[in-house]
Design a protein around this ligand. Structure first.
Ligand code: PEP
Ligand code: MG
Length: 551
């Protein structure tokens, strides 16, 4: 038995087999081979295995997201059959007597460079595809499979670190828990674990090779990862898991109850989602609506820009499933840690302060307009609101509103039905807080993104694991920013909520209610615990003490 300590980002107990997750990006070494024929055969075998994987992915995608989205896997198969690509690899192995991995990686780089230098936009985008499909072959040559959980039984995923684009591709039904060596508790992998309601540890110093395939326990309460647990530990953990389950069942008795404080203040408790599949958890936990749909996860799941039709289908399905409850779709918040290769973004020194979110939407309007058309069209099928991320100025809000009005007018001209769509903004920069009095007059609601607001207020990179101890969302500067935002919202007669991770912090529920927060949007698994805290609060009685305690 071996026990590792990590930092917990979500509680819960998971017991199961470990699967060490291999990175999408393969490390490639070059070495000399003596039998070039055998090496070419090794490449051909890997290529065939890759084609087989792609066929299966295509069938799965057709079933889950439709033929149009699945087409990318067909394109990848065609690329693997491309004679120029194959000739280049064969030739390199033969003439340079190098290993297949090196030949694939070098060919991939050359082809990607060639595609990206083309004038045609379609061809330019193929650069990302040739890299992607080559990585699949490389993963097979290295004895793994690319970005998939290749298992029949649910497993504990252990990895060095996970990028949002990697986590999003995992088959959620097969994941019991996450354990990573690196990563930060404010990263989107941590957020995903919370959304899925499964235990997750970061900063766990595991030797990956020594744990693969072993039986293990993740204790998300104690921050422990126990590999090869002995009999006693296993019994203890099974007992703990049972108790955890009982507690969760007790919370289930709060289903159907209103979120109302002891002194009668009503609060909206909504859920955050990143994917249509998260809706099951939302319904199971009785959330009053969706307070944050991170739409960029749709983009991360695709190998190319999702079309209006693809997006429309997803938004419509969410609106219909929520059956008249509010669904707030946040427009594309890509950039920083959330990267999709086909956006072809330049390398940036400070990506969190860089070209991201609304900045991309306002400079690449065609992407923004496509998304807005899809959102507005879906609004005819439920109660959809839209909100915009990373706002820093009034000018941005005015531009956004102009574009949104044009998109609506265009739809009206085409006789396409559109519902009443409230437009809100995320307050996640100190700039937005400081001008929130004016911004409030322009929009229908505010949603405070405390993850980024903490990052930008405290000048702390939320992704940097070394800064975990400095990243303090309880800092009075952050809490005062939240108070100011809520006050300015109310002055203009609009509502203000919190959709960052802090919304689920039960230590702060009383404080949030004291400053008048109208909505808390949390991971689906936290909805009932937040409801319980609201039911136990007397706002009037506790206000003064709360303000004194936190500000
Ligand atoms: C936030 O910043 O608090 C937020 C909700 O957005 P994200 O975590 O997706 O950046
Ligand atoms: Mg944010």
């Amino acid at each position: 038995m071996k026990k590792y300590e990590g930092k917990s980002v979500f509680g819960g107990i998971a017991i199961g087999k470990v699967l060490v997750y291999k990175k999408g990006e393969q490390q490639v070494k070059r070495w000399r081979v003596s039998d070039v024929k055998a090496e070419i055969q090794r490449f051909e075998d890997a290529k065939m295995a890759a084609v087989e994987q792609l066929k299966q992915l295509y069938d799965k995608a057709v079933r889950e997201v439709g033929e149009a989205s699945a087409a990318i896997f067909e394109i990848h198969q065609m690329m693997l059959d491309d004679l120029d690509y194959i000739d280049s690899i064969h030739n390199m192995i033969e003439t340079q007597e190098v290993n297949a991995e090196y030949a694939v990686a070098a060919t991939s780089d050359n082809f990607a460079m060639m595609f990206s230098s083309m004038d045609d936009d379609y061809m330019k985008e193929r650069a990302a595809d040739v890299k992607d499909v080559s990585e699949r072959v490389l993963a097979i040559l290295n004895g793994g499979s690319k970005s998939t959980v290749d298992t029949d039984e649910p497993v504990i995923i252990v990895a060095d670190d996970l990028a949002p684009s990697e986590t999003v591709q995992l088959d959620k039904d097969k994941v019991l828990a996450f354990v990573t060596v690196h990563g930060s508790s404010n990263s989107h992998t941590a957020i995903l674990a919370r959304t899925m309601g499964i235990p997750a540890l970061i900063g766990t110093p595991v030797d990956l090779d020594s744990v693969d395939g072993k039986m293990a326990v993740v204790d998300g309460y104690a921050g422990a990862f126990i590999v090869d647990p002995d009999g006693d530990t296993m019994t203890q953990m099974e007992e703990k898991k049972k108790k955890d389950q009982e507690k969760k069942e007790l919370l289930q008795t709060l289903k159907g109850k209103e979120n109302i404080t002891l002194d009668g203040k009503k609060v909206m408790v909504y859920a955050n989602i990143g994917n249509i599949k998260d809706l099951a958890m939302v319904l199971q936990n009785d959330a009053g609506g969706i307070g944050l749909f991170r739409s960029e996860f749709i983009y991360l799941e695709h190998d190319d820009y999702p079309t209006e039709e693809e997006q429309f289908k997803i938004y419509k399905a969410v609106a219909e499933t929520m059956a008249g409850k509010r669904v707030i779709i946040r427009t594309l918040d890509i950039g920083a840690d959330k990267q999709a290769a086909y956006f072809n973004m330049d390398h940036e020194e400070n990506p969190a302060l860089g070209y991201r979110a609304i900045r991309i939407c306002l400079t690449r309007e065609e992407i923004f307009r496509t998304q807005l058309r899809a959102i507005f069209r879906a609004s005819a099928y439920g109660k959809i609101s839209v909100m915009y991320p990373m706002i820093i100025s009034m000018d941005e809000v005015k531009k956004i509103k102009k574009i949104a009005a044009e998109v609506k007018a265009e739809l009206a001209e085409q006789n396409i039905a559109v519902g009443e769509v409230e437009q809100g903004i995320m307050i996640e920069t100190p700039a937005a807080v400081m001008i929130s009095e004016s911004l409030a007059k322009e929009v229908d609601f505010f949603s405070i993104g405390t993850n980024d607001l903490t990052q930008y207020t405290l000048a702390i990179d939320r992704q940097n694991p070394k800064l975990e101890d400095f990243y303090d969302p309880h800092h009075p500067a952050v809490l005062n920013m939240i108070r100011m935002t809520v006050e300015n919202a109310h002055k203009a007669g609009i509502w203000a909520g919190i959709c960052g991770e802090l919304g689920a912090d039960l230590e702060l529920t009383k404080f949030f209610l004291s400053i008048g927060v109208d909505e808390l949007s949390v991971s689906p698994g936290s909805v009932l615990a937040v409801r319980k805290a609201i039911l136990e609060t007397d706002v009037e009685k506790e206000r003064e003490e709360q303000l004194k305690k936190w500000l």
